[in-house]
Design a protein around this ligand. Structure first.
Ligand code: G3P
Length: 215
C-alpha cells in the first residue's frame, strides 16, 4: 500500500516528502483554491518535489472540454494524472485520455458501481470518498472494500485510492480493505507518526541518560 498526500500546499508537501513515506500527491479544486495561487504553477512545483503520480483535476463537465483541459495539464509533467469527476461525460473523457496515454483518476466516487464503470472505462485510479460517505451516514470504507474485492475478482488493473480520509483509523481500515493507496491530509499523516507511549518512552530514555551524565 502507498500513501499519497492530499493537499495543494507545497510547504506541507516538502515536509511530508522529507519523511520518505509519500509516493504521490492528490489535489482538487477546493484544495487549490485554499492556497489562492496559480493552478498550473502549483502543480509544476509539486512535480518538482515528489517523483510520483500528481493528481490535478479538470473543472469542465463536458467530455471534449475535459480532454482539452487534461491535455494542457498533462503537458506540465509526465507524472501528472488527470482527476476526472464521475459523470457519464467523465467516463467518455477517461477512455479518450487513457487511449492517448494520459493517466486518469476518477474522483467523487461514492459507490462500487461507479468505481466499476471507471475501471471499465480504463481509468488508472479510482477515488472512493470515505469521509464524505461517513458524513452522510454510510459506512464509507465498505465502498473501498467492495471495490478492491470486485477489481481483484475480475482482474481489473485500476488502482483504488481511499480518499476523503479524515483520521488515522481510516488509514488502517483502508490498508486492511486492500486499498492500493490512501491519500491523506498532512494533519492525518502527522497524527499517524505519534503515539503517547513513544513520547513517554523517549522522555524516560532522555531523563535516565541525563541522570547518568550528572553522576
Ligand atoms: O481530494 C479528494 C478528497 O480526499 C477530499 O477530501 O476531506 O474534502 O472530503 P474531503
Amino acid at each position: 500500500m502507498q500513501l499519497f498526500l492530499d493537499t495543494a500546499n507545497v510547504d506541507e508537501i516538502r515536509e511530508a516528502a522529507a519523511l520518505g513515506v509519500i509516493s504521490g500527491v492528490t489535489t482538487n479544486p477546493s484544495l487549490i483554491a485554499r492556497e489562492g495561487r496559480d493552478f498550473q504553477q502549483v502543480v509544476r512545483e509539486i512535480t518538482e518535489i515528489v517523483d510520483g503520480p500528481i493528481s490535478a483535476e479538470v473543472i469542465s463537465t463536458e467530455a471534449g472540454a475535459m480532454v482539452a483541459e487534461a491535455e494542457e495539464l498533462a503537458r506540465i509533467h509526465p507524472n501528472v494524472v488527470i482527476k476526472i469527476p464521475m459523470l457519464p461525460e467523465g467516463l467518455k473523457a477517461v477512455s479518450r485520455l487513457e487511449s492517448r496515454g494520459i493517466r486518469t483518476n476518477v474522483t467523487l466516487v461514492f459507490s462500487a458501481n461507479q468505481a466499476l464503470l471507471a475501471a471499465l472505462a480504463g481509468a488508472s485510479y479510482v477515488s472512493p470518498f470515505v469521509g464524505r460517505l461517513d458524513d452522510a451516514g454510510h459506512e464509507g470504507m465498505e465502498v473501498v472494500a467492495d471495490t478492491v474485492e470486485i477489481f481483484t475478482l475480475h482482474g481489473l488493473q485500476t488502482k483504488v485510492i481511499a480518499a476523503s480520509i479524515r483520521h488515522p483509523l481510516h488509514v488502517v481500515a483502508a490498508a486492511r480493505a486492500g486499498a492500493h493507496v490512501a491519500t491523506v491530509p498532512y494533519k492525518t499523516l502527522m497524527q499517524m507518526t505519534r503515539h503517547p507511549l513513544t513520547e513517554v518512552g523517549l522522555k524516560k530514555f532522555m531523563d535516565d541518560w541525563a541522570r547518568l551524565q550528572n553522576r
